[in-house]
Design a protein around this ligand. Structure first.
Ligand SMILES: *[C@@H]1O[C@H](CO)[C@@H](O)[C@H](O)[C@H]1NC(C)=O
Ligand SMILES: *[C@@H]1O[C@H](CO)[C@@H](O)[C@H](O)[C@H]1NC(C)=O
Ligand SMILES: *[C@@H]1O[C@H](CO)[C@@H](O)[C@H](O)[C@H]1NC(C)=O
Length: 391
């Protein structure tokens, strides 16, 4: 196994050297940097921001009214419709990603999604039942990717229907690898009553584990990486509604400042990590996307962008934010012996930002995607369709 890895590594190294030496003589390769990438597949790693059915497949479907605005039924997404990752796939001309864990009706020809809602970068020491954080942490998502890459090729050789459901071997090196994970590592710390100093102190370890996984994917042929930073969770009802937010810890728009400051610090260190990875991985194209800035702009200037009540959930129940941690979107309560579902209380989710107190609506996701697709929030500032080119 070690030997095989070693062989593969030296093979990669010699390929890289070959490409480097070619490019110094061949101007047409430089011209290629203006060409669109034609990603044949997307492999996604993440949490609920990009889960298209992983947690639902393993631990029970996201209940109605999730999915109703677009799929007209639950579709494994914690949203009324599509997520940013869906818009990414669509804009690249690829089908919506099947969740790796979904056993039924899946088609992995153009990629697979390893994300599950509640995932963290670091494995947690609590169960899903205890804390709500998924056991499918980033290291587990990588094991699944590794297994997928190896076994998909064995199974593909059987031909027939298998061939039409799995990617080709060469697709792994031309695919786009997307990451949107980390926000739960920070909230997990807070929810376990860690102080801000303790959460901050855990960030280098969290990012070290992130870096390790990106390097593993690179060792498996991954070259194009599209990495979202962490959004302002301090503006989400499930965080703002916590008793640990003291008065005076809210900013001018009402968001929980300690959380947003922690997210920004995490993002600052994440960007440093990406810069380091560019040095460590000589032929990787790594794009860092400032999703935080986009989401904060949307929430703080909601009206200007055509949205209303930026801090209130559409699907929820009670309180200042239409959110109750014990009565989540789609859950059922008994009132005078009659079963009532916690459903949509906003009239029109297409002008609301927050779906269920934790996640964004389809309309917000589409808006966020529209801001990031052309590279305006990226480092380097290149459009999604050019994200295979190293700058
Ligand atoms: C889980 O526990 C181990 C052993 O005590 C510790 O090293 C690790 O950091 C803990 N993980 C988290 C996410 O707290
Ligand atoms: C899987 O999806 C691809 C792309 O949409 C399609 O070409 C292929 O026929 C599908 N496979 C099966 C077995 O339906
Ligand atoms: C955190 O502190 C709160 C308030 O003191 C307490 O109710 C809760 O059980 C604590 N949570 C954990 C995981 O220790």
């Amino acid at each position: 196994m070690e030997l095989v890895n070693c062989f593969i590594k030296s093979l990669f190294t010699s390929t890289v050297l070959l490409i480097l030496s070619l490019s110094s003589f061949a101007p047409q390769i430089l011209a290629d940097a203006t060409k669109e990438c034609k990603f044949p597949a997307i492999f996604n790693f993440g949490d609920s921001n990009s889960d298209t059915g992983g947690l639902s497949a393993a631990f029970g479907q996201a209940p109605p009214p999730n999915g109703e605005s677009y799929f007209h039924a639950p579709a494994g997404r914690y949203c009324d419709g599509r997520l940013v990752i869906d818009y990414i796939a669509k804009s690249l001309g690829l089908p919506y990603l099947s969740a790796y864990l979904d056993a039924l009706g899946t088609n992995f020809t153009h990629g697979a999604n390893f994300a599950t809602a509640g995932s963290t970068i670091r494995p947690q020491n609590t169960t899903l039942h205890q804390s709500g954080f998924s056991p499918i942490s980033l290291d587990v998502q990588y094991y699944q990717f590794n297994d997928f890459q190896r076994r998909s090729q064995i199974i593909r050789k059987k031909g027939g229907v298998f061939k039409g459901l799995l990617p080709e071997a060469k697709d792994f090196s031309h695919a786009l690898y997307t990451f949107d994970i980390g926000q739960n590592d920070l909230t997990a710390g807070y929810f376990l009553n860690m102080t801000s100093d303790q959460v901050r102190a855990s960030i280098p370890d969290i990012l070290n584990q992130f870096k390790t996984i990106v390097k593993y994917v690179y060792d498996h042929g991954g070259r194009s990486f599209w990495i979202h930073n962490t959004g302002p969770v301090g503006c989400l009802p499930y965080v703002m509604d916590r008793p640990l937010i003291a008065a005076g810890e809210v900013d001018e728009i009402g968001c929980a400042s300690p959380f947003n400051e922690m997210d920004q610090y995490f993002n600052f260190r994440l960007k440093e990590t990406v810069i380091q990875l560019r040095k460590d991985l000589p032929s990787a194209a790594l794009t860092y996307v400032d999703v935080y800035a986009v989401k904060y702009d949307l929430i703080s200037h909601a009206k200007k962008h055509g949205f209303v009540h930026p801090l209130q959930a559409c699907c929820g129940h009670g309180g200042k934010y239409n959110y109750n941690v014990h009565l989540g979107c789609g859950s059922k309560i008994k009132v005078k012996g009659k079963e009532i579902m916690v459903g949509k209380s906003c009239k029109d989710p297409s002008i609301v930002i927050n779906w269920d107190g934790v996640h964004y609506t389809q309309a917000a996701n589409k808006w966020i995607f529209d801001q990031i697709v052309n590279g305006a929030y990226s480092d380097p500032p290149i459009p999604l369709r050019m994200a295979c080119h190293r700058h």
